[in-house]
Design a protein. Structure first.
Length: 457
């Protein structure tokens, strides 16, 4: 039993629900006390008003008709059967003897009170509480006018019993609701915990089952599943990249080891040693270039360089890159054309954007037959840079592979297959997209980038 209660108390859902339930009970109790105080206050005010009004009426009767008129008025009031069991009257002569009324004359009266006050009385031989007003008349008589206030005690007892019963039922309902809520929450959470434990144990394909509803847990399950899908994809990509890096490092390292072993063979001439040393240096330099590119891509994908973002004019960047590649295009017999350059302002890194565009234009010039067309346009809040060549193009099936680490459409070509990967990382850093389509003939590359939020529409 103790362990069960400890488990319940350790549950945050149980504590939260219990606290909110008790807070609701406390709030209700405060509201009941407030209503009770207002009701009792209003009842006492009504007693005071009635007593004061009746006392004034009887005092007027005494002044107009004397003691006999006052006695007649008291007897008439007590005999009209209108609230007679609650009304209190007592008339004493100047010697303190009872003349009329329904109150015990032995009651000690407090004549110092000029207003209505509450006291213990004996009304019709029954001890009770009453609201009284004591008046001293002109002939020395004492007039007491009051109202039996025992109903206030009855109401207080009734409200107290009802409140105690309601609180008891509310506590039971809160405990029951807390237990049900805790059990339902534990059921939903336990499934998430079980799945995460399985994933932590290496079963990366496990997912949290999500219902068709739209409650908070269903939405959370979907978000967690989407995150797990992304993590699994990234891990597969990381494994693929690490395998590819190992493969790409093996060749230059093998060359370096081979060259150094050649230099260590007996009878090797100085020229052969220098030649082996040169081969080793070249292999190390190529390896260094590869590692620098991988490091740059890693920084881009991590978003580190986003801190250097500033407003920059995309059309100016494109114009500068086109001017830089104009001579190279002429040497290759390719026309580098500007179809359209709209004024476009982005929030980004101008150097990175220039590097990405230079890579794309360099590829287009390299594979174009006779011309490359570049244009910059804007659609709503998006800038589009389109680079189109008239070369042989690529099969549409290869488009989805372009931009992957170490992917080369022609395995025999030079390079490491990281150029488009770098471009894709730069575009992704700027929250853009990189797309490929068939230009018939040639390949069309489209870079989509969001405009600077502060730029004019």
């Amino acid at each position: 039993m103790t362990c069960f209660l400890r488990r319940l108390w350790n549950s945050i859902s149980f504590r939260l629900t219990l606290n909110y339930g008790l807070m609701a009970i406390l709030t209700t109790l405060i509201l009941i006390v407030f209503i009770y105080a207002q009701f009792i206050g209003a009842l006492r005010t009504e007693y005071t008003r009635q007593i004061t009004s009746t006392a004034q009426r009887l005092e007027v009767a005494y002044e107009e008709g004397g003691r006999n008129a006052l006695v007649s008025a008291i007897e008439l009031t007590l005999s009209d059967r209108i609230d007679a069991d609650r009304e209190i009257y007592l008339l004493l002569d100047e010697h303190g003897r009872k003349i009329a009324g329904n109150l015990d004359e032995s009651l000690p009266l407090d004549s110092t009170h000029t207003e209505v006050y509450e006291a213990d009385i004996v009304h019709d031989a029954v001890p009770t509480r009453g609201h009284l007003k004591v008046l001293t008349l002109g002939g020395g008589e004492t007039l007491v006018v009051g109202h039996d206030s025992s109903e206030i005690g009855d109401i207080t007892s009734l409200i107290g019993r009802a409140t105690a019963t309601a609180i008891l039922l509310a506590v039971l309902l809160v405990l029951l609701g807390t237990y049900i809520f805790r059990r339902e929450l534990a059921r939903r959470v336990s499934h998430i915990r079980q799945t995460t434990q399985q994933i932590g144990a290496g079963q990366l394909s496990k997912r949290i089952s999500a219902s068709t509803g739209e409650d908070e847990f269903t939405l959370l399950n979907r978000d967690v599943n989407a995150m797990l899908d992304r993590i699994e994809l990234l891990m597969k990509s990381a494994r693929h990249i690490s395998d590819t890096i190992a493969h790409n490092l093996r060749t230059p390292l093998t060359r370096i080891v081979g060259a150094l072993r050649t230099a260590r063979r007996p009878g090797v001439s100085m020229a052969e040693v220098l030649d082996a040393n040169q081969h080793a240096i070249e292999s190390i330099e190529r390896l260094n270039v590869l590692l620098e590119k991988l490091l740059q891509i890693a920084e881009l994908e991590a978003g580190i360089q986003r801190r250097s973002f500033r407003p920059c004019e995309l059309d100016v960047i494109v114009a500068d890159v086109l001017e830089m590649y104009g001579t190279l295009a002429e040497e290759k017999g390719v026309s580098l054309l500007r179809a359209k350059l709209d004024n476009v302002t982005l929030h980004g890194d101008a150097n990175l954007l220039a590097s990405a565009l230079a890579n794309l234009i360099d590829n287009a010039v390299k594979f174009a037959a006779s011309r490359v067309v570049v244009d910059v346009t804007r659609q709503n809040r998006t800038a589009l840079v389109t680079i189109t060549d008239d070369g042989a193009g690529l099969p549409p099936a290869e488009y989805e592979h372009l931009g992957k680490h170490f992917y080369r459409s022609d395995p025999s070509s030079e390079g490491h297959g990281l150029g488009l990967t770098s471009v894709k990382s730069i575009v992704g850093l700027h929250v853009g997209t990189l797309g490929f389509s068939d230009a018939r003939p040639g390949l069309r590359v489209t870079v989509s980038l969001p405009l600077d939020p502060k730029s004019k529409p």
